[in-house]
Write a protein of this length. Sequence first.
Length: 347
Amino acid sequence: MSLRSPTTLAAALALAGGLAAAGPASAQQSVQWELSVWGPPRAYTKSVETLASEVERKSDGKFKIRIHYGEAISPAKENLDGVKTGAFGAPPMPPSYHPGKNPAPPGPDLPFLPLKDMDAVYRTQDAYLHHPVVVAEMKRWNAVPFMATPLPQYEFMGVGNPPRTLEDWKGMRVRALGGLGDAMREIGAVPTTVPAPEVYTALERGTINAASAGFTYMHAAYRLHEISKWYTDGLAPGTIGCIVIVNRDAYERLPAEYRTMLDEARPVAYEKMRDAYLEADAKNVPLFQQMGMERITYTPEQRAQFEERAAKPVWDKWVAEMNSKKLPGQELLDFILAEARKASSGS
């Protein structure tokens, strides 16, 4: 990776991790951060693209964030380690890819949280990543949690026999991460962790029968609709959170004016990403229908069965796991639920 600085600061964002030269920079100096995301430009990357354009505009071109696509800087599973060492910039860090390294951050991945819409998703995740417990945990990795890069509620897309009932999921090999994977295990499915760039191949080769992904943008972005026979709609079992983490050394050397620019750009980035998801749905749903895929919509009664059999056991297990790691599990769960309900009520 190239970490360039015309003056005294070299930094990388994880969607940033990075190296920082000794000594603080002045707001009159030019700073460039290298930022890598996996996959091509899409609705998900709208957040960091907006972040980059906003800080460049506000700084009159002195603060630039250069985006690299397709894991050009780091494989997804190596982001956290790279940020800690300052070895490279990295894409959004998905805590569910390595929960053993950072057990608290995957909290918003719990299934069937009371999240009404995308606004509720990003507000809840943003509040949680700034919880003192999460901040302290990221500090152990020499990282600062900056913003969430939330995905919309997941749905499944797959091949083979469509899961029209709860019982149909038994024995199915599914790509489902974090709390969603735990929930699917509760109903008899066999969850596996497959990084987003590898999902198409896993589905095509039959390694998995179905893949959960952000509806609908992620299914289309990774071309899953080209080989799938059916998809679910309205199940909304949960979502997977990613975090933009910044190498702490680089962030602390950033001029105060540039930090303010980043803070001001964050809500704009969230809104642009939400709008991009909605635009993707308007385009992709008709496309899925044209390709003849079966749309599986569960009744309220069926969805209630998912909640009863999958959600509460997973929540309780997560609390116990956090407690075993000397983390305040019930406090964290109560915080997540309170923020989700507040965000979903619009207050």
